[in-house]
Write a protein that binds this ligand. Structure first.
Ligand code: GLY
Length: 374
């Protein structure tokens, strides 16, 4: 885990930003201490994809609720966010992240993650990582223990082992293995087709499983991304995923790529993404959205502007629906340095947020009406 800011860094950050400080609060009747926030600083907030307020892994708190609690009690923001997304990574009920995430075309769960620590200007990521349930924590170890930003494949796993993570032979659950077998059965007959048709058939088989309700549309490209801000104005983010269901082994999506699945500029804001990684990689939407914030846009306008870029870059017929619009989902979750948040998406969706009013799901601002496959 990333240690808290040392005193010198803390003073630099606070002085530079002119921000308030979260103080331990007065003891409550039960003996616990409620966090107390000086109002001169930004309001602490955590924003995430909707699965950030859906899964508890058998506990009582969702990702955003736990991260907000930790942040307002003075924890390092990135530590709090990684602890939050780890709930979802460890919960096999989310089929898009960590343990039980849908595997690649060979039936192997390969995970991607990245994280950024705004105050420290440090980043870490892993891609194609096998055997570790919590890739976000390995990404954080890359940030904390190396001079590098991204480790991939077998060597990422070796690094994780060296850092003391448990390596498991297989991260499939009964459920993910059954779905993979179903997908395999559907695409096997297509092996006699030419490669282009086979790719189209594989994609169509996956989308048909979504239409039939076998796969939650949010879990086909599913991911969790979570950004947070404390009352000292410290801004961090994390994104973690099992990536596209049934992907070609070795495929890396947007999640571990700085500027695509995640971007944090400490002075400006943060953005994270879920949805079709290829569309996002092409446009580096998280970086673009943060640049829009820098130019003075609100989180909502910055996110919608980034999604318009994605639409403009989506030309291929196979990626368009009957209306000529993108036939995939892509969402951005944006937080500016003042604590304003927005969730935006190509089509109606929801996002998770937790602030002084508690954890909840909110509707995203959708660029287009209807659904991706309409
Ligand atoms: N956004 C997750 C992925 O495409 O891998």
């Amino acid at each position: 885990m990333t240690p808290n800011l040392d005193r010198r860094e803390f003073l630099q950050v606070s002085a530079a930003a002119g921000l308030g400080v979260a103080l331990p609060g007065a003891a409550e009747p039960g003996g616990s201490r409620a966090p107390q926030i000086l109002r001169s600083g930004p309001r602490p907030v955590v924003v995430a994809s909707a699965n950030g307020h859906r899964f508890t892994n058998g506990g009582t708190l969702t990702c955003v609720a736990l991260a907000f609690d930790r942040i307002t009690r003075g924890a390092d923001v990135l530590d709090a966010l990684v602890e939050g997304v780890s709930i979802v990574e460890l919960d096999p009920a989310d089929h898009s992240v960590g343990f039980g995430g849908l595997p690649n075309a060979d039936g192997i769960v390969q995970l991607d993650a990245s994280c950024m620590h705004g105050p420290r200007r440090r980043a870490g990521g892993v891609a194609c990582l096998e055997g570790v349930r919590t890739p976000s924590q390995v990404a954080q170890s890359v940030l904390a223990h190396t001079d590098h930003h991204l480790l991939v494949g077998k060597d990422a796993q070796t690094f994780a082992r060296q850092m003391g993570f448990t390596i498991e032979a297989d991260l499939n659950t009964e459920h993910s293995r059954r779905l993979w077998l179903d997908w395999k059965r559907r695409v096997d007959p297509q092996h006699w087709l030419d490669p282009e048709k086979r790719i189209a058939a594989g994609r169509e088989a996956g989308l048909q499983m979504v239409r039939e309700g076998l796969i939650d549309p949010d879990h086909y490209y599913g991911t969790i991304t979570c950004n947070g801000l404390n009352a000292r104005g410290e801004l961090c983010g994390v994104t973690t995923t099992s990536g596209l269901a049934w992907k070609i082994p070795g495929r890396v999506g947007d999640s571990p790529i700085l500027g695509a699945g995640l971007y944090v500029d400490h002075a400006v804001g943060a953005a994270g993404s879920t949805g079709r990684g290829e569309a996002n990689l092409y446009c580096l939407s998280a970086f673009f959205a943060v640049e829009c914030l820098r130019r003075g846009m609100s989180p909502k306008d910055a996110g919608l502007e980034a999604l318009r870029r994605v639409q403009a870059a989506t030309l291929e017929k196979r990626l368009l629906n009957a209306r000529g619009l993108p036939n995939f989902g892509l969402s951005l979750y944006i937080l500016n340095a003042s604590g304003e948040v927005a969730g935006v998406s190509l089509y109606a969706s929801r996002y998770a947020v937790c602030d002084e009013n508690g954890p909840r799901l909110e509707p995203t601002e959708a660029l287009f009406p209807g659904r991706a496959l309409d």
